[in-house]
Design a protein around this ligand. Structure first.
Ligand code: SAH
Length: 298
């Protein structure tokens, strides 16, 4: 009897693993898959992925339960935000002091919808088939762009969603610089402006060095081009030419590229105008698409 029982038990185990994998594999960066948080064990490169095989093992584990419960019970947001950043440092996602500073300055809780656990390392739904990316992914993109976010520089955030990264960019480039968010859902633009008004970046918004506009980010935002840094928060089937055109020589763009399988690409425009592209890591983002397609569920 042992053989069949063992086989049935093994079969159930395999089915369970497959079903967890399928659930998580189907969730994009931008869909929460909290069950995988517990499975994140290895402090290696950050992947904005909810669990396809080895990718899942590469996601650093960020404390969830304490942050979650304290957030819901009204614990100090500033402290919890700091703890989240410390965790990202401890697990090797953040090594840059400037990225630590900006992520401590801009409290993530001000950018997630009410009732959403703010400090869990997972993407969270923000409505309109969009999400706020996971903290480790925000950290990764800030770090990749750090050299191009020096005081006085110009940054463009395409698919700015909640406005979190736009606020971080604005804080890094300062009042002499410029940070522009472009988002194609007007309701998200309005909400992101309210979020920023509550944040430490409020004075930059008021002073005009930070702005968020409604528009198709595939066209970039020519008015303030060229940019030292361009971040794209949704996956493009291929890199939109207007974004390459609006990158300054010496500038850098970070953009997820692909459909089902996506890579976070780092696009450097050399001083002679040529472009070098490398893949940073495998990711899963919602598509950079038309507003209609997004509202219909792609
Ligand atoms: N980085 C943001 C949002 C990521 S979700 C954050 O963390 O808050 C991707 C965002 O891209 C969504 O808000 C979606 O509405 C937006 N988006 C998708 N296609 C777009 C397009 N063509 N132009 C502008 N925004 C777009």
């Amino acid at each position: 009897m042992e053989g069949p029982v063992c086989q049935v038990a093994w079969g159930c185990y395999v089915l369970l693993v497959i079903s967890i994998g399928a659930h998580c594999a189907m969730s994009s960066d931008n869909l929460a898959c909290p069950s995988t948080s517990d499975l994140r064990t290895q402090p290696v490169a950050a992947l904005d992925k909810e669990g396809i095989g080895p990718a899942m093992m590469s996601i650093p584990m960020i404390a969830c339960s304490t942050s979650l419960s304290e957030h819901h019970s009204g614990g100090s947001g500033t402290n919890k935000n700091k703890q989240m950043v410390e965790q990202l440092q401890r697990y090797g996602v953040i090594s840059s002091k400037k990225v630590v500073e900006v992520m401590e300055t801009i409290d993530r809780a001000l950018f997630v919808p009410d009732g959403t656990p703010a400090y869990v390392d997972s993407p969270m739904a923000i409505g309109y088939n969009a999400t706020i990316s996971a903290p480790h992914m925000h950290a990764t993109c800030l770090q990749l762009l750090e050299e191009n976010l020096q005081p006085g520089m110009h940054a463009l955030d395409v698919g700015s969603g909640t406005g979190y990264l736009t606020a971080c960019f604005a804080t890094m480039v300062g009042p002499q610089g410029r940070a522009i968010g472009v988002e194609h859902i007007p309701e998200l633009v309005a909400a992101s402006i309210k979020n920023i008004e509550k944040s430490a970046a409020a004075s930059l918004l008021k002073g005009g060095s930070l702005a968020v506009h409604a528009g198709d980010g595939r066209e970039g935002w020519p008015e303030h081009a060229p940019y030292d840094a361009i971040h794209v928060g949704a996956a493009a089937p291929e890199i939109p030419q207007p974004l390459i055109d609006q990158l300054k020589p010496g500038g850098r763009m970070v953009i997820p590229v692909g459909k089902i399988f996506q890579d976070l690409q780092v696009v450097d425009k050399n001083l002679d105008g040529s472009v070098s592209i490398r893949n940073e890591t495998a990711v899963r983002y919602v598509p950079l698409t038309s507003r209609d397609a997004q509202l219909k569920g792609y």
